[in-house]
Design a protein around this ligand. Sequence first.
Ligand SMILES: [Zn+2]
Length: 387
Amino acid sequence: MKAKLRHYTVEQILEGFVYNELEGKGLFGLAGKLVIQPEYQRHYIYGDGKRDVAVIDSLLKTYPLGLIYFNVNGDSLEVLDGQQRITSVGRFVTGKFAIQVDGNEQTFGSLPKDAKDLILSSDLLVYECEGTESEIKEWFRTINIAGAPLTHQELLNAIYSGPFVTAAKAEYSNSNNANMQKWSSYIKGDPKRQEVLAVALEWVAASKGETIDSYLAAHRYDTKIDGLKKYFTSVIDWVDSVFTEPRKEMRGLEWGRLYEEYHKTAYNAAKINTEIIELLADEAVTSPKGVFEYLLSGKKKTELLSVRLFDEKTKKVAFNRQTKESEKTGKSNCSVCASVKNANQSRIYKLSEMEADHVTAWSKGGQSGIDNCEMLCETHNRAKGNR
Ligand SMILES: [Zn+2]
């Protein structure tokens, strides 16, 4: 890969700058010669009133903005690294946001002439790189923009850029998509940071036993995303049909895996809904996120709920009660040991050798209070299993 160092002024770079509000990206510069956001780039994310303002503050203090990289692509140039900084300056100069100067809001237009000139004449240091597509992409994989590292999916989008990623982004990375609100009840993450797309790809790839990488590599030049959409919709529709009401605890669960594991089982949605309400209200359930798979499993995977165990004080009270009783009878303070004729029948266990057991199992409505607590020796408690 060849790289040549060049200097540009902000004014040169911004000649013909266009910011597209709808797509949220800066488009062109250098009088049309520079493509600010090529297909493989992420969206503009500096427009938060902090990072964009910081870029302008740096210019006004004559701090360098750092190295910028362009990719030479025939007669045109594409921004490899520096898109966020260039777009921030471009948006400021075209009046899209204001900064605070000595406590006053200032747009570019309202700045004094010397400050305007200072910004426009700022020197930008640019490496213009020329190489094969794979060289450029390999290099792009290794860069990490300070303060805003690429998400894993943003990197994959760069590496596998093409018609498939473009179409997939139009569907899953578009916050204006009418379905996005519904999807975000089940999926955690910011569509603009490609986090919804990552989940959609993860689901379909896992269903085929593939990684996202291999799935993207295989479909890179497809112009349609039918397979991806079909699978994603199947998962979402299934979740909707089993759990009729979206709840905040459902966000970010592994719905793709759960769909694969449980979608062939029939569920009574009304009954499930009632049970969810009960479980979420149950103070003994300390993992509310586990409620959904617990019910899908036919209440077999109790461990998902992390049911609150007896506290130390309760255990001690039960232990003392049982030990006092066994002093009278001469039998073991473990009731199971006491009932079996062998060497342990009269053994008195120490507190540390015993474990608390629900007399009435939690899953049958038993509470974790003293009335429902019995201490058993480790062996017998474990033999009873997780009830
Ligand atoms: Zn025992």
